[in-house]
Design a protein around this ligand. Structure first.
Ligand code: S3P
Length: 172
């Protein structure tokens, strides 16, 4: 990767994009940004409220605009929202200005990490675990299509951050 290129962490909810991203940014002296947080700041409300009040398509449009904005910047470690793979233009744009790394975890790992989480609108309601498994399986081919993929099951965030930093330092 050329110096200044971004590092973009993609992956399902609960794969560790935010915790790993913060560690990588600290290690490589880059700036960490969280896409959902930026969307929330811009919209003046939480992602959950955006889903309820404006609907998922409106959220995806905000997300798309944020991808365009962030992929024009440099030196960032970006933790993306889990759904950015749904629009191939998002991955194409991020790939032009950075290293896109997918963090993968098996459903059992994610179920365990998210069982007490109430912040994800797509998992709101009673049949949360069923929904989580079904969304993950549907998206699996989209995540697995990303060439740089780290299987995070059983790894600490620090160990995953090491692997990401190593990928970034590797000549292409
Ligand atoms: C989503 C993941 C969330 C957030 C929104 C939708 C998804 O981000 O963008 O709730 O479609 O997978 P995290 O992956 O950070 O939880």
């Amino acid at each position: 990767m050329a110096s200044g290129d971004n590092i973009v962490l993609v992956g399902f909810m609960g794969t560790g994009k935010t915790s790993v991203g913060k560690l990588v940014a600290g290690r490589l002296f880059m700036r960490f940004v969280d896409m959902d947080g930026m969307i929330e700041n811009k919209a003046g409300k939480t992602v959950s409220r955006i889903f309820v009040e404006d609907g998922e398509p409106a959220f995806r449009a905000m997300e798309r605009a944020m991808v365009v904005e962030l992929s024009s910047r440099t030196g960032l470690v970006v933790a993306t929202g889990g759904g950015i793979v749904l629009n191939p233009d998002n991955i194409a744009d991020f790939s032009r200005t950075g290293l896109v790394v997918c963090l993968w975890a098996e459903p059992a790992t994610i179920v365990d990490r998210l069982k007490d989480d109430n912040t994800r609108p797509l998992l709101a309601g009673d049949d949360k675990m069923e929904r989580l498994r079904s969304i993950l399986e549907k998206r699996r081919p989209l995540y697995e299509a990303i060439p740089n993929l780290i299987r995070t099951d059983g790894l600490s965030a620090a160990a995953v951050a090491d692997l990401v930093a190593e990928m970034y330092g590797r000549p292409r």
